[in-house]
Design a protein around this ligand. Structure first.
Ligand code: SF4
Length: 354
């Protein structure tokens, strides 16, 4: 594949979203917020599902210009060993967390597929739900992960602008735009139940990236209609390499994007991480966002063992404890949900065996 697929570029099915996101949009932010709030309430009630990330390793062979783990960043590198993972998971469980996202950098000899699979199996023995944000894999590898207890993967395209993608991904396997674009479909083909998509806001012109992200979601949900798809809205945060993004995304645009996605994709879980400020996160709860991370550490481990001083992938903004965050939700009459999943469902979906 050398040119962008038609499903990604066709404007035909994204006119409603385009109208809501246009700089000269006739939809006021207040009107979008009211509609988004009503849709959220109708489809999800007053609930917020909560998860936490666990960085397994900060080894990486890629050179993404915007990332604190890029292979040219000066920081010590390490990975968690099985006993350490157990301890980190126990510490997370003490905070109330039962839904974990395991993260690594790009595939390396120190943290490759076999290592990741072993980590998934350990986490599946401890947590109700295990998802992975790591390197693109083959269908066979995703099938093994699903059998090991992984129910979801997160794989952001970062930007759908090919020229910018080429410049930002300076070296390493992540340079392959099309391989990454096809990764969510491979995971769903293999029986992974949910895929998380997103763009890193600030890397490219945001409206065009948002429209292509939306078309990607539509394309996958039509092809894999049983799949769960989530959309995240990460904005660039300061990282150890000091990268400055070319586009500045203000709160007003991000709120508009969240409301527009909620209206255009009423059944899709929308996710907001601790990259955002407490005030912004509290404001978006109930208005469109239905899933949030809590207690995030962006260094390797960090829940049990806090003695290491390597740099994180990026700076966390909302540093509230799980208890503080849940109190803030409850003040808004929103119920924090730590578990809405039984591990008995953790095998691959029927797509894998079909
Ligand atoms: S974004 Fe991922 S692949 Fe790129 S440098 Fe960071 S950890 Fe590596």
């Amino acid at each position: 594949m050398n040119s962008l697929p038609e499903w990604l570029t066709s404007e035909e099915n994204s006119r409603q979203l385009a109208a809501m996101l246009a700089p000269s949009s006739s939809f006021s932010l207040e009107a979008l917020a009211a509609e988004s709030r009503a849709v959220t309430l109708r489809r999800f009630g007053r609930t917020m599902t909560l998860y936490a990330p666990l960085y397994l390793s900060n080894y990486c062979s890629s050179g993404c210009a915007y990332c604190g783990f890029a292979s040219d960043r000066q920081t010590s590198r390490r990975r968690l060993e099985p006993r350490e993972i157990e301890k980190e998971l126990i510490a997370m469980k003490k905070l109330g967390i039962s839904d974990v996202l395991l993260l690594t950098g790009e595939r390396t000899a120190s943290a490759g597929f076999d290592y990741l699979l072993a980590c998934v199996k350990i986490a599946a023995g401890q947590m109700q739900r295990v998802a992975v944000e790591a390197f693109p894999m083959s269908v066979e590898e995703y099938r093994e992960l699903a059998l090991g207890g992984c129910t979801g993967i997160t794989i952001y395209q970062e930007t759908y602008n090919r020229e910018n993608y080429e410049k930002l991904h300076r070296w390493g396997p992540k340079k392959n735009f099309f391989d990454r674009l096809e990764t969510p479909a491979r995971a769903l083909e293999a029986g992974i139940k949910t895929v998380g998509l997103g763009v890193l806001l600030g890397l490219s012109e945001p409206v065009e990236d948002a429209l292509r992200l939306y078309r990607h979601v539509r394309h996958l949900s039509r092809t894999y209609w049983r799949a769960g798809i989530t959309v995240s809205f990460p904005r660039m945060r300061p990282e150890p390499g000091g990268y400055t993004p070319p586009f500045s995304i203000d709160d007003h645009f991000l709120a508009r994007m969240i409301f527009a996605f909620r209206i255009a994709l009423p059944d899709t879980e929308l996710v907001l991480s601790t990259r955002e400020s407490p005030a912004f996160r509290d404001g978006m709860a109930g208005l469109g966002i239905t899933r949030m991370s809590i207690e995030s550490r962006t260094t390797v481990g960090g829940y049990h063992d806090t003695s290491h001083n390597e740099k994180g992938q990026f700076d966390v903004y909302d540093n509230r404890t799980a208890k503080e965050f849940c109190n803030a939700l409850q003040k808004q009459n929103i119920e924090p949900v730590f578990k809405n999943w039984e591990p008995v469902y953790n095998g691959p979906s029927s797509a894998a065996s079909a």
